[in-house]
Write a protein that binds this ligand. Structure first.
Ligand code: ADP
Ligand code: MG
Length: 323
């Protein structure tokens, strides 16, 4: 059974950033307003996520580490219609199966909570400890018992860039959550959680860039666009400078990327991309339902209309900048 768990774990836990993703998404689902992430050695030595969310009940906490114990049955295929990011109840047991994991959690403000220690999917200890409300999970020595998996992990720098890239996206998607990210004790990101998207942009890209961004704020009957786009001279060599958040969820979509690049049309040097953070709100019925959430992909039912709208509105803003 332990082997089965390790195989199942491989599907959820591909690399250190997968652990970070699952833990932080749980913190968001728990309604946290503050999430602190600290990483050691690209996440291979240690990943710690502390939140101030709902905490986990003692019974749930024991169950949460057993395979599929918390699996929620999906009645709607449309993940954009359900509120939480998690739905399979696979993450915690999968992570526990391939690491040494400790979870301290409390659902109350009494100063007391529970700690569960797990090693390779085997429960080591469980007991009452001092704890403030929320959850504090530490994952150490990831893949220590699955050497084959460890071989696929790249350099510390590569793993760290996967992690920070993902946390930056979440910070941009949730400007009301206070995030910190540290690596080997060094602070890489600190957001204020005051809902100010421009502050998050400043924390990620620097103040100079943030100050030069052009604000987007417009809507039509179907869509509302909110965010910031860089002036054409502020460019990156990397496509990932474009961050798209649809109904609060970070997504990837080549057509929207194209619409944004079209708006810049003659304004961008070749192979350069604008920094652009766009929150798009729409009726969930305008989103295609048959797309897997883990891939962050989505399709729009009125794709052409949406593209046209984004392209036109952004072009208008950019032209005002030039005049
Ligand atoms: P899923 O997120 O798919 O439900 P997980 O394995 O990620 O499955 O988590 C199992 C359950 O444990 C969650 O549904 C949630 O009830 C609880 N949980 C996990 N992490 C947290 C957290 N940080 N705060 C509160 N509850 C949590
Ligand atoms: Mg989850």
């Amino acid at each position: 059974e332990q082997i089965a768990n390790q195989i199942a774990a491989g599907e959820v836990v591909e690399r250190p950033s997968s652990v970070v993703k699952e833990l932080v998404e749980n913190s968001i689902d728990a309604g946290s307003s503050k999430i602190d992430i600290s990483i050691e050695e690209g996440g291979l030595q240690s990943i710690r996520v502390i939140d101030n969310g709902s905490g986990i009940d003692k019974e749930d906490c024991e169950l949460a580490f057993l395979p599929h114990a918390t699996s929620k049955i999906l009645t709607s295929k449309d993940l954009f219609q359900i509120h939480s990011l998690g739905f399979r109840g696979e993450a915690l047991p999968s992570i526990a199966a391939v690491s040494k994991m400790s979870c301290i959690t409390s659902t109350q403000n009494t100063g007391l909570g529970y700690q569960i220690v797990n090693e390779g999917g085997i429960l080591k200890t469980i007991g009452e400890v001092r704890a403030s409300k929320g959850t504090d999970i530490t994952v150490k020595e990831l893949f220590y018992n699955t050497p084959a998996r460890l071989k696929y992990v790249k350099t510390i720098q590569t793993e760290l860039s996967h992690i920070s890239d993902y946390i930056y996206r979440l910070a941009l998607a949730y400007p009301k959550i206070r995030f910190t990210l540290t690596h080997n004790g060094k602070m890489l990101l600190q957001t204020l959680g005051n809902g100010d998207l421009l502050q998050v942009i400043a924390a990620i890209y620097g103040r100079t860039i943030a100050k030069s961004m052009v604000q987007v704020d417009c809507s039509n009957l179907d869509y509302s666009l909110r965010g910031y786009i860089a002036k054409p001279e502020m460019t990156r060599s990397n496509r990932s400078a474009i961050s798209l958040i649809v109904n609060g969820r970070y997504i990837r979509n080549p057509f929207l990327n194209k619409a944004i690049l079209n708006a810049y049309h003659t304004l961008l040097p070749i192979h350069r991309f604008p920094i652009c953070v766009l929150h798009i709100q729409m009726n969930p019925t305008l989103l295609d339902v048959n797309v897997h959430p883990a891939k962050l992909e989505v399709r729009f039912s009125k794709e052409k209309e949406l593209m046209m709208f984004v392209e036109q509105e952004l072009r208008k803003l950019l032209q005002q900048q030039i005049l």
